[in-house]
Design a binder for this molecule. Structure first.
Ligand SMILES: CC(C)(COP(=O)(O)OP(=O)(O)OC[C@H]1O[C@@H](n2cnc3c(N)ncnc32)[C@H](O)[C@@H]1OP(=O)(O)O)[C@@H](O)C(=O)NCCC(=O)NCCS
Length: 143
């Protein structure tokens, strides 16, 4: 598995993975706008010559927000998300962030487990945060 920063061409594949992995996917346009922001840290995982996972975070001073992380279903449970998260944390810390925040659906047990294992702690809930009325749990980690 290779981990590297996104290049523009990755966004086509990442938009496709968004559709496969989320009920409320980021569109190509949203991803491209975020990619071009100087406050974005965006890491891709590549195997078999294609992007099979990605993570991206947005910096705001000493805080960073993990915008999304996903892995192609065919490549899950092989440590890709754990590595993507660790690399994203390293990059945002190098850019000056002291904390990483993220939101996770309360029903998303795989993601919750990933974050707990990586040292995130639950801070508070955002009631009915998602389009289907589901709550989000806000989690935080000191970097
Ligand atoms: C959540 C997700 C990114 C995990 O990707 P992954 O590459 O399979 O995760 P990893 O192999 O790095 O797993 C790391 C840890 O996460 C947890 N985990 C991952 N998948 C899990 C599952 N299906 N059930 C329970 N725990 C899981 C485990 O603690 C795992 O450690 P272990 O394998 O030693 O038990 C992936 O399932 C995914 O893309 N889901 C859809 C998108 C999504 O929900 N993203 C999060 C948005 S908040």
């Amino acid at each position: 598995m290779i981990y590297r920063k996104w290049v523009y061409e990755d966004i086509f594949r990442i938009a496709q993975l968004e559709k496969e992995c989320f009920s409320d996917p980021w569109t190509f346009r949203m991803l491209a706008d975020t990619f071009f922001s100087e406050n974005t840290v965006a890491i891709a995982a590549e195997e078999d010559g294609k992007v099979i996972g990605y993570a991206f975070a947005v910096l705001a001073g000493e805080d960073a927000d993990l915008a999304n992380i996903a892995v192609d279903p065919a490549y899950r449970r092989r440590g890709a998300a754990q590595a993507l998260l660790a690399r994203t944390e390293t990059e945002v810390r190098a850019a000056g962030a002291k904390r990483m925040f993220l939101e996770v659906r309360v029903s998303n047990a795989p993601a919750m487990s990933l974050y707990l294992k990586a040292g995130y702690v639950g801070r508070y809930a955002r009631p009915r945060y998602y389009g289907n009325g589901e709550d989000a749990l806000v989690m935080e980690k000191a970097l």
